[in-house]
Design a protein around this ligand. Structure first.
Ligand code: SAM
Length: 264
């Protein structure tokens, strides 16, 4: 079976198969059933049928074996995340990255998670530190699930879900943040103005995600350098790492940037 798949992920009790070769597609039902037999805790097998789509970054999936169910609860690094794979984005492959970021947060910080989805960054941060997190997402289903996740992880009052556009919501919050998470890799650089506006005047940390091709670390840094001076009086790239491959010769890259906004 290792030879059949490029890879598959477990999201709660759902297995998500990345892709099958054309020759194997007609056998996806049988392959799904075999995967269920090999993974006794799993209830459903899904196959990706395309790239994540639209503004809400919803995955394209079809159920190929097991129960026709889309909701599940995934556990990562001590938090529980309820997802509905027909309505929201979620990738278990970012678990380590979220833990890495959350581990760097100090007690007392205010954090703005600008594209929170169902809240895995926000929840992990609030679990790791006595921080206050504002979690913004445009997708009402993501915010509904995030609210459930806040209760599920007993983090009421520490994580505040906000449904709406990140730029407008950040403007309403004002300059409150010690740290900003920007996990919308295709467009995060377009929202640097909003991130600069929500950072405290003395500056703070940005965790910024971008897609980069070829030389990904240098590519990501130069993409940031092309626009950062517009919004920041000074900035300092403290770290760059490849988070995961996203397409042939394309990667998601994390940039940790200390930045001081220009005065308004
Ligand atoms: N941070 C989450 C995670 O790690 O699972 C979700 C990341 S997902 C790649 C990006 C999210 O940004 C989606 O949930 C989408 O609905 C949201 N989004 C897209 N455009 C937005 C906007 N203008 N304002 C706020 N959220 C937006």
């Amino acid at each position: 079976y290792v030879l059949l798949f490029r890879s598959y992920d477990a999201v709660g009790d759902i297995l998500v198969v990345e892709s099958l070769s054309d020759g194997l597609l007609p056998y996806r039902g049988e392959i799904g059933k075999a995967l269920l037999r090999l993974n006794p805790g799993m209830r459903t097998v899904m196959l990706k049928t395309g790239k994540v789509a639209g503004e809400f970054r919803v995955p394209r999936l079809e159920v190929v074996a097991g129960e026709e169910k889309w909701e599940t609860v995934h556990s990562e690094y001590g938090i529980r995340v309820k997802v509905d794979l027909s309505k929201v984005y979620y990738s278990p492959r970012l678990g380590w990255e979220r833990f890495r970021v959350a581990s760097s947060v100090a007690d007392g910080e205010t954090v703005v998670d600008m594209f929170s989805g169902v809240g895995p960054f926000s929840l992990m941060i609030a679990k790791c530190a006595m921080a206050h997190v504002y979690s913004i997402d445009l997708n009402p289903d993501a915010i509904r699930l995030l609210s459930e996740n806040v209760s599920l992880n007993r983090l009421c009052g520490r994580v505040e879900p906000i449904c709406g556009d990140a730029r407008a919501a950040a403007a309403r919050l004002g300059a409150v943040a010690d740290r900003v998470i920007m996990n919308l890799p295709g467009r995060s650089l377009e929202f640097l103005d909003a991130a600069a506006g929500v950072l405290k005047p003395g500056g703070g940390m940005l965790h910024l995600y971008v897609f980069a091709k070829e030389d990904p670390l240098r590519g990501a840094e130069s993409a940031l350098r092309r626009v950062a001076d517009l919004y920041f009086a000074s900035y300092n790239i403290r770290g760059t790492r490849v988070v995961k491959p996203t397409a042939p010769r394309e990667w998601q890259v994390a940039l940790d940037v200390w930045a001081e906004p220009r005065s308004p």
